[in-house]
Design a protein around this ligand. Structure first.
Ligand SMILES: [Fe+2]
Length: 321
């Protein structure tokens, strides 16, 4: 048995044990995710599952969250906003595939962007191929086999743009001029009366509570890094752009959503790991519904199958288009 197979078997065994751990909250109060008939589009976004062969508890939490998607009334999409795995290892992606398998009938598309943990340990080209193969291997996975992580999809009139680093980086991202140019073109050519959703793992400098929300570490940490200002300018080229990110492992809070003028910045908590901040409940993510005149973003505790209480800051966000 090869090392990857061996580790995968270990992950399976440890997952079974962790799943029966009482520390993972149950779904006794779960209310299935309903697609609002008046919405043009309803989709879920998860930050940082960070599935790892050293942490079976993360797999157990994400599995509970997946159950929520399985029971959903036809979601248009799930977007994985990076750090899908801890080490970008084959066995980890294989395990994520196993976890997501049961969403084939309830979630139409799964889109994914890479996080620093997905890319940091390997040659850029090789890891890109591994990542694309992983997304394509999901029954409902939707990717684009080109020579970068960047791709776009149009869904019910709304443009989805998936970004990703253009070289192997440890914590920030490298967004090349070419990617910034494509992003600008793709934002400007999207239907004017509909929102554009741009997904990237890291947020912008001094946005969504940085540096506090990355535990106050330095001026750039937690952000996309050097290209932050250039990226901000591109996101501002037209109205109703939603920049959706993960990476901070920070709970639903006053920092989650920021109106940056033409674009809005939504920083999604981690679904698999412990979140920083006051609202500690595990398995948080967002459900986004698009209407003709507004976008509604709701914090959901996927593992428990319920929405976060409205008294939590930014548990319910309404953006008028
Ligand atoms: Fe990250």
């Amino acid at each position: 048995m090869g090392i990857s197979n061996f580790l995968y078997r270990q992950m399976e065994k440890n997952f079974e044990r962790a799943s029966s751990n009482s520390k993972v909250n149950g779904r006794e109060k779960a209310v299935p995710l309903q697609r609002d008939e008046n919405a043009l589009l309803t989709f879920a976004v998860w930050g940082d599952p960070q599935i790892s062969f050293v942490s079976p508890l993360r797999s157990a939490r994400v599995f509970r969250a997946v159950e929520d998607l399985k029971e959903a009334d036809s979601l248009d999409a799930l977007v994985l906003c990076g750090d899908i795995t801890e080490y970008g290892a084959k066995c980890e992606y294989r395990f994520v595939k196993k976890l997501l398998e049961c969403t084939k009938d309830s979630v139409k598309h799964i889109y994914a962007v890479p996080g620093n943990h997905d890319v940091r340990l390997r040659n850029h080209k090789k890891q890109l191929k591994r990542f694309q193969n992983f997304v394509a291997s999901l029954g409902n996975g939707d990717t684009d086999f080109k020579n970068s992580y960047y791709y776009t999809r149009d869904l019910n009139g709304c443009r989805f743009i998936m970004m990703g680093t253009d070289m192997s980086t440890f914590e920030a991202a490298y967004i090349s001029k070419n990617q910034l140019d494509r992003l600008k073109n793709d934002i400007l050519s999207a239907p004017e009366d509909k929102p554009v959703f741009v997904f990237n793992h890291q947020t912008l400098k001094r946005t969504n509570g940085l540096p506090k929300t990355f535990l106050g570490k330095g001026k750039w940490r937690g952000s996309v890094g050097r290209e932050s200002e250039k990226l901000k300018n591109v996101l501002s080229v037209r109205k109703n752009v939603f920049f959706v990110t993960g990476h901070l492992h920070y709970c639903t809070s006053e920092y989650t959503y920021e109106d940056c003028g033409n674009f809005k910045a939504l920083s999604v908590p981690t679904v698999g790991v412990i979140n920083h901040g006051d609202f500690k409940t595990m398995t948080q993510g967002y459900v986004i519904s698009v209407y003709e005149d507004r976008v509604i973003m709701r914090s959901r505790i996927f593992g428990e199958g319920i929405y976060a209480e409205k008294n939590i800051p930014n548990a319910y966000i309404e953006a008028v288009l």
